[in-house]
Every structure is written in C-alpha cells, then in structure tokens.
Design a protein around this ligand. Structure first.
Ligand SMILES: NC(=O)c1ccc[n+]([C@@H]2O[C@H](COP(=O)([O-])OP(=O)(O)OC[C@H]3O[C@@H](n4cnc5c(N)ncnc54)[C@H](OP(=O)(O)O)[C@@H]3O)[C@@H](O)[C@H]2O)c1
Length: 316
C-alpha cells in the first residue's frame, strides 16, 4: 500500500511516498481503509524535528486522524465494526497511508450526513478545543480570546465559545480577510497577533505560545485563566512566569492542556457529540495522499485557514 513517510526530518522535501506492507491490527485494534486523513500542526512539528525528543525515527509515517471503513479487527474487538464507516485516532502516526490501524476504543461511527473530510476536520481539533475551554473553566457570560484562531483548533474554539454563551470572543489572526471569516464563525473582535488594543479577558485559549505569550497575561481580567493548548510559535521565554508573579494580586492562572490527559472514552464520546452538533467544518483544501509534501509546504507558508485534508483513491 501507499504511505507517506518522513525520510529526512526538516522541510517538507523530506516527506516521500513509500510502499509499505498493510499493517496488521493487534489486539484491541482495527484496520481501516482510509478515505480522508487530517493534516495537523502536530504532523508539522514531528516532520520538522521539533518533537525529536519523543524518539521518532526516519521512515516514520505521519498522521493521527483518519476516516474510512473498517476492514479488519484484532483480538478482542467487536467484529460488528467490520464494514462500518468510522472516524479514528491512530495516535502520533500511521495515518498518511491507504490503510492504517487504530485502537478500537477511539472509533466513532460516521453519521450519514457527515463526509470523511468533514469528520477529520471537526474531530480532533474540536475535541481539543472543547476540553481546552473546559480546562480553562470557561462559563457562559465570560469574555474569551482565542490566540491563533485561524487554525483547526482555533476555528473550533471560536464556534464552541459562541455556542457556550461567551459574552465576547476576540481572536488573533494575521489578516483582515481571516478576521472576517472568523467573525462569520462567531468572533466579535479581531486583534492582530500582538494583541491589539482590546480589553480584558476571563479566558485566553492559546494555540501560539512563543515569545509574545507573557504579554498576553496582561490582557487577563482578575481571576483570568490562560490555557496553552499548542505552541505553533515555539515555547514561551524561560522566565514567562515572572509576568504572573508581577501581577500577583490579579490571581491569574496559567495552565497547559493536552488531550493526552483526557481518558479515551471521554474523548471518543466528545468527538461523537461534535459530529452531530451542526458545527461548521472549515476545509482549506483537499489533496491526494501523494501530495502530502505540498500540504506541508502550504502549512509552513502560513497559507492555511482551517484544515488541509488528504484523500486516498478509496475516498471521495
Ligand atoms: N493540546 C492538545 O492536546 C493538542 C492536540 C493537537 C495539537 N496540539 C497543538 O496545537 C498546535 C496546532 O494547532 P492548529 O493545527 O490549530 O494550529 P495551526 O493551524 O498550525 O496554527 C494556528 C494559527 O496560528 C497562527 N500562527 C502561526 N504562527 C504564528 C506565530 N508565529 N505567531 C502568532 N500566530 C501564529 C496562524 O494564524 P494567523 O496567520 O492567521 O495568525 C495559524 O493559522 C500545535 O502546537 C500542536 O502541538 C495540541
């Protein structure tokens, strides 16, 4: 079968289409004939070597989020999954392939009305946004800032905050055009990446981190919470905690949030809920699996608003 592997960590040119044996589902796993494969920020971090400490080897097949049809089951898996169209989370790899294995515990049946492309656009990003907002103890009536709102997670966070009754939803983004598109999804204020001249926020959901993160503490209301769900601009400065201590009397909180800390059944249930919630799926572009490197070039160039999705011959 065809797959796309990182042969050389670094730029998108290090990705190559390779021939691989069809994987065999181990106990608790299923084999899926993929139709749609989500391309996410994590894939970029693995490809460019930023996550080298986690031990990824050359030849690693990227891809955590897939949708397709179950064609095989490992020991202990309910055989009634066979032939069903599903969304699945493979973990940190294996998804950029015509066939992939995934834990059966992550499977979510695709509703009739949801395409595989939309499923991999809504699924993982929406789940991270939902639990990220929960981690920030967001409640209706609060003001929210989504930093890095033009990506998969941010777009879902804007929609979920709007549905959750946020008083205002500010976003950071790099262009007025993107700002307009985010307003259509529920944003009420559009700020530049430096934070603009906005007022205070009860919650900041931050996909960006990087050198500017400490400045955003100053945007929090008393008792405000900033939750980092990503770090597309790299880690914050080593002394970023100073900003919290300097404003000790504001009782600000900082936390990271990783979906790894959410039990799999809760993640799966949340994803299933997102699939029937009527949320807008924002697909930037659909490309064939073989063009994964092209998809990564677009991500690296900052061209992508929403999700890039790869498809296979079995797909739409
Ligand atoms: N917490 C979890 O469990 C979890 C799960 C999956 C992924 N993640 C993390 O989430 C991140 C990827 O999320 P994503 O796919 O939604 O993000 P993304 O699409 O890669 O980036 C989000 C947006 O951030 C803005 N941005 C990019 N570079 C920036 C910079 N240097 N300064 C300011 N803004 C910048 C861009 O929008 P504009 O150009 O419009 O500003 C971009 O669209 C990764 O860090 C990944 O590790 C976390």
């Amino acid at each position: 079968m065809k797959a796309v592997a990182v042969q050389v960590f670094g730029g998108p040119g290090g990705l190559a289409v390779v021939d691989r044996p069809v994987p065999r589902p181990a106990g608790g796993q299923v084999l899926i004939r993929t139709e749609a494969i989500g391309v996410g920020g994590v894939d970029v971090l693995i490809r460019n070597g930023a996550l080298a400490a986690y031990g990824f080897e050359p030849g690693h097949v990227l891809g955590g989020e897939i949708a397709g049809t179950v064609t095989g089951t490992g020991d202990g898996v309910d055989p009634s999954w066979l032939g069903r169209r599903v969304w699945a989370f493979t973990g940190t790899g294996g998804g950029y392939a015509e066939q992939a294995v995934a834990p059966a515990a992550t499977l979510v049946p695709l509703p009739e009305s949801l395409s595989p492309v939309d499923a991999v656009t809504l699924g993982s990003s929406g789940m991270v946004a939902q639990f990220g907002l929960r981690h920030a103890r967001f409640v209706p009536g609060e003001s929210v800032l989504v930093r890095g709102a033009a990506g998969g997670i941010g777009i879902m966070a804007v929609q979920l905050a709007a549905r959750g009754g946020a008083k205002t939803i500010a976003v950071t983004t790099s262009s007025p055009d993107r700002g307009e598109r985010l307003r259509e999804l529920g944003a009420t204020d559009v700020l530049d990446r430096a934070g603009g001249a906005a007022g205070g926020f009860d919650v900041i959901l931050d996909v960006v981190a990087g050198p500017d993160l400490p400045a955003f503490f100053g945007r929090l209301n008393p008792n405000g919470r900033l939750v980092a769900v990503g770090a597309v601009a790299g880690p914050p400065p080593a002394d970023f905690g100073q900003a919290l201590f300097t404003a000790f009397r504001k009782s600000w909180s900082f936390a990271t949030f990783s979906a790894d800390t959410v039990p799999t059944p809760d993640r799966t249930a949340a994803t299933a809920g997102l699939f029937t919630a009527g949320l807008r799926s924002v697909v930037h572009e659909v490309l064939p699996l073989e063009q994964a490197a092209q998809a990564h070039r677009k991500l690296d160039a900052g061209e992508v608003f929403g999700r890039i999705v790869l498809t296979t011959p079995a797909g739409p």
